[in-house]
Write a protein that binds this ligand. Structure first.
Ligand code: NAP
Length: 250
């Protein structure tokens, strides 16, 4: 099956690196014009845009901290000014601040909740205006298997990712009558900078819990996101898809 997104516009948050970069390049490869959002790493975002352009695609980088309402408003304004419409929103930006709950500072909790969950609320609310007018749209939220099964040392991250799953279900119900679908993708352990800091012993223990016995690649997550953004997924909404080498089987 060839997924064709020609004529569509996509906004991918946190697309300077890792999974977001793979999603941006995959959507662009399928024909979408892509806004590559990032917060800090402008050179990395420029590399994402350059890779898309080199492959014959269309992309533009926009800096914005998606945990801040005013910055999200600016991001959406720039997206619409650049491409005139918004068909696909991928809420991918995220970070971790892992520590055991007794040592978790208020800032550790707030920063993870604001970046991973509040950003999804802010970007979704802003995107619903153009998508509602168009009476069509696709929203895909990056959750995590940690939001389903929990993990010691990640109470903040697990709460944010479980929140995304509930938010996905509520917005899917609210937006269905306007032709907008909302789904979540819950990756297991994927090879990115986020998992690059894991120690050897932790990595080994994780690998033993994965039936396919390897970490995933960003491109594998991007393929699922691209499918959910396409016409082939028109009858799917409110769902959370794990992509984790079989780690979590519910
Ligand atoms: P990553 O390599 O650490 O990249 C994170 C991206 O998010 C970067 O592009 C970063 O931009 C951006 N970002 C962070 N805070 C931001 C903010 N406030 N505003 C805008 N952009 C922001 O992470 P990843 O591993 O690719 O993860 C991507 C998503 O998948 C996250 O939501 C993560 O929770 C989820 N996930 C990852 C895994 C995994 O194993 N890697 C598993 C499950 C779920 P700058 O660098 O430019 O600041």
């Amino acid at each position: 099956m060839k997924l064709d997104l020609t004529g569509r516009t996509a906004l991918v948050t946190g697309a300077s690196r890792g999974i977001g970069r793979a999603i941006a390049t995959t959507l662009a490869g399928a024909g979408a014009a892509v806004i590559v959002n990032y917060r800090e790493h402008s050179a990395a975002a420029a590399e994402t845009v350059a890779a898309i352009s080199a492959a014959g695609g269309q992309a533009s980088a926009v800096q914005a901290d998606v945990s801040q309402a005013a910055e999200v408003e600016r991001l959406l304004k720039t997206t619409l000014a650049t491409y005139g419409q918004l068909d696909i929103l991928v809420n991918n930006a995220g970070l971790t601040r892992d520590t055991l709950i007794l040592r978790m500072k208020d800032e550790d909790f707030d920063q993870v909740l604001n970046t991973n969950l509040r950003s999804v609320f802010l970007c979704t609310r802003a995107a619903l205006r153009p998508m509602g007018k168009q009476r069509s749209g696709r929203i895909i939220n990056l959750a995590s298997v940690i939001g389903l099964i929990g993990n010691a040392g990640q109470a903040n991250y697990a709460a944010a990712k479980a929140g995304i799953i509930g938010f996905t279900r509520a917005t899917a119900r609210e937006m269905a009558s306007r032709g907008i679908t909302v789904n979540a993708v819950a990756p297991g352990f994927i090879e990115t900078e986020m998992t690059g800091t894991l120690g050897e012993a932790t990595r080994k223990a994780i690998l033993e819990s994965i039936p396919l016995a390897r970490f995933g690649h960003p491109a594998e997550v991007a393929g699922l996101v691209c499918f959910l953004a396409s016409d082939a997924a028109a009858y799917i909404t409110g769902q959370t898809f794990t992509i984790d080498g079989g780690m979590v089987m519910l």
